[in-house]
Structure formats: C-alpha cells, structure tokens
Ligand binder design. Structure first.
Ligand SMILES: [Zn+2]
Length: 432
C-alpha cells in the first residue's frame, strides 16, 4: 500500500510534492479515500455506469459501493440517472454519472504575453472563458506574480454564490520543482512560490479550501491530448512532442502526467540526435532542438537569420509558423529540405522514446502538428523501417492539428482531476 500511494503521488498531475509525513499511511480512512477516488475515476472514464460495473471495475464489494456512492451523492459528485431495465430478470438499475455541478474548477495558462482562463464545473460544464493581455516576460518575477494574482482574483467575480471554487490549476512556461517552486527561464522566474501565493490570495477572499496546482504547459497539453483527443483508453501511455517556441515534450503514463524526480520528466527536447550537429542554445551540439526547433527550421530554410528567427519565434510564434507553412506549401526547396532534416531528427528521437517507453501513441502536437504533413514521412522513415525495437509494432504515431488553447484545456482537466483525487478535502456534504 505504501509504495502504491507513493506512485500515485508521483503521477498526480496537479499535486505539488507532498510534504514529508503527508503521505497516506494505509489506515481504514485512507482505504475509503482511495476507494472513493477509484469510483470517481471509473465514472469519469467510463461515463454512465451501473453500480455492478463500477464495483467490478474497481474490485469493490456491493455493500462497500453503497456507502461510497452515498457519500459521493451527498457531495453532488455523482448522480443517479433514470432507471434502465436490464435484459432478462432483475430490477431495473439506475446508472451513475459524474455530477460535480456545485463545484467550480479553473484552468489558468500563463503565456508570455497573455493569461488564458477557462472555468468549468467538476462535471465538465463550461462556465466561462477569459483572456487577459499581460506581458509576463517584461514584468519579471514580483510584478508578474502580482499580475497573475490580479487575474485570478478577477475570476472570482464570475462566481454567483451558487457554486464553490474547489481547484485551480496553473499551466506554466516552466516547471514546478521540489517544494512546489516555479522555475521559468522564459519568464525570468528563478524559484517562485506561485501556488502558495495563489492559495493565499484566494483564502484572503474567503476561498480557503481550494487546491492550487501547477505544471508545465506542455505536460498539461499532453494530458489533454492523451485523455481527450486520441481514441485511446484513459490509462494509456503517450509521448507528446509539441510546443510553440521550441520543441517541448511530455509523457503521460496511465492517463497522468509523468513528473519524474524533479518535475521535468518526459523532457526530451534536447535528445542528443547527432553530436556533430549544429550548436544548441543549451551549450551542446546536435540536440533535437537544434534541428527541429522552429527557429532552427526558419534558419536552415534560409527564411531568416538566426537573430531574426529567434526574435520572431519569441514575439510571434504563430507568425513564425505561418512563414514556414507558406514556404513549404509553395514548394520552397530549402524549406522542404530543412523540414526533412527536422523530421529525421524527430524520427531518431521518437525511435529512442518508443524503445524506452513502449507507449500506445507518440503524438505530434503544437507547431509540430501543424507541420506534420512535411515531417511525418521523414519521421516514419527513421522509425517504422527495418523492424526496429520490439516495442514498435503496437505504437501509433499520430499528428494532431495545431490547436491553440490545449494547455489551458489540460489545466482544466487537471483541476477536475484534483477534485476526483481528493473529494473529501475539497468538497463538503450538501445533504444529510
Ligand atoms: Zn540542447
């Protein structure tokens, strides 16, 4: 049980690292908590389900189920649907589905020049969206944090008193390291206690019992892709390669973000493709980034100088992508060669990742998804040929069309997950 709880903590998408002693110890209360979470996740992943199917799927007895379902119904986390008559004998059954209507969750994506917010109920009903221009890159750490707090506070104005806020998940252009401190090179944040600050700002407005989590924007984009955009079981293993200003990657295991030892798990943007390759900004040569990063493609395709490419990708990543797409679509030979080279570097990396992880799917998202038509043939050349690792035959390589808002959608998903992971702390009984 101890090691199980450990693994569980490590994979939680929205949790910060638990303080020593906070891990569950295996008492009967913990078993009940674990069972409640299992039931919620089952219904989340399978939609309306009979008590029998939930009990079977979670390995629970029917009498235990009665207690658990009662608790979840009192908290408006699940609800009963109209009776369904089963074929053959027996009483009609009332399927259960996720309710969650009284509980609000927020996903907040901090991009370099704007903050994007989505709010929904724990049941998934969308409530509102917001997008606020904030130049976080220019503001630096202290002023940037104040700006984030102001945006979060402003969201509270949408709450009309009929629903309670229970979880906020922040998507960052950076990562959450040990102790929950945010490190973001892009924002110039060295070690910012952002989740604590947001939690304190909410508590000061009377929202005292809100889970505040944070994760890298690409990890959350990967979570969304794996859980909702691919036709895969919810416990799948997915390697995601995307990003908008650089190759940014993440891994989802059993439907949860794989954080690794210090929050940076699944980062293979600097996979060492070719030690004789071009210089990378990390100080080494021939990283995936130096072949397939958006600036690298612009430069290798002779569209811009290194300096121009770096600036454009930083300031206007969408415009940088459009330049490449338009040149490739027009048949620009240098750009096509640059994309082929980027595709082969991606292919080398994907080949290694498949051998290491044996994932269900490798996903090209972000700007790589938008360029997939040109990249995939080269990726496949490097990965699907010559037999390859035994892991390969079962792995799909999938391109998702470029989509803005995947990170904030993933943050919303993780905020809902936080409530499913800790229903007793985050919600209260609304009926006896
Ligand atoms: Zn590098």
């Amino acid at each position: 049980m101890g090691s199980l709880a450990n693994d569980y903590d490590r994979r939680m998408p929205s949790a910060n690292y638990p303080a020593p002693g906070s891990r569950r110890s295996g008492s009967s209360g913990d078993v009940r908590h674990h069972n409640l979470t299992q039931v919620l996740r089952y219904v989340r992943d399978h939609g309306p389900s009979s008590r029998h199917d939930i009990a079977h799927g979670c390995g629970l007895g029917i009498s235990t189920m009665t207690d658990l379902v009662g608790e979840l119904r009192h908290r408006r986390l699940v609800r009963e649907l109209d009776p369904v008559r089963r074929t053959g004998a027996g009483r009609p059954t009332r399927p259960l589905e996720v309710d969650g209507d009284p509980w609000v969750v927020l996903g907040v994506h901090l991009d370099l020049d704007h903050i994007r917010v989505r709010a929904a109920t724990v049941g998934g009903l969308e409530l509102w969206r917001d997008e606020v221009p904030v130049d976080l890159r220019r503001l630096g750490a202290p002023d940037g944090v104040h700006a984030v707090l102001a945006v979060v506070r402003a969201q509270l104005g949408h709450l009309d008193g009929t629903r309670d806020l229970v979880a906020v998940q922040l998507a960052l252009p950076g990562r959450v390291g040990r102790g929950g401190l945010v490190v973001s090179e892009a924002l110039g944040w060295a070690s910012v206690a952002l989740t604590d600050r947001v939690g304190a700002a909410l508590a000061a407005r009377g929202h005292r019992n809100v889970h505040v989590g944070a994760a890298d924007e690409t990890q959350l984009a990967a979570l969304h892709a794996a859980r909702t955009e691919l036709d895969l079981p919810s416990d799948s293993i997915v390697a995601y390669l995307g990003g908008s200003r650089a190759v940014s990657t993440a891994v989802v295991v059993d439907g949860e973000i794989y954080l690794g030892a210090s929050g940076a798990g699944g980062d293979f943007g600097h996979a060492h493709v070719d030690p004789t390759g071009p210089a990378c900004r990390c100080g080494r040569h021939g990283c995936l980034q130096s072949f397939a990063g958006p600036a690298a493609v612009l430069v290798a395709g002779d569209l811009l100088t290194t300096r121009e490419a770096d600036q454009l990708v930083l300031d206007q990543p969408e415009k940088a992508l459009r330049l490449v797409v338009e040149a490739a679509a027009a048949g620009d030979a240098r750009v096509l060669t640059a994309l082929q080279r980027a595709g082969r570097a991606l292919g080398h990396t994907v080949d290694d990742v498949v051998g290491i992880l044996n994932p269900d799917a490798v996903v090209l998202g972000g700007y790589l998804g938008a360029l997939a038509g040109w990249l995939l043939p080269a990726v496949q050349l490097e990965t699907l040929g010559a037999g390859g690792p035994t892991a390969f035959p079962g792995t799909r390589v999938v391109a998702l069309p470029s989509r803005s808002g995947r990170s904030v959608a993933g943050a919303l998903l993780a905020a809902r997950d936080a409530c499913f992971s800790d229903p007793l702390t985050l919600t209260q009984r609304l009926s006896a």
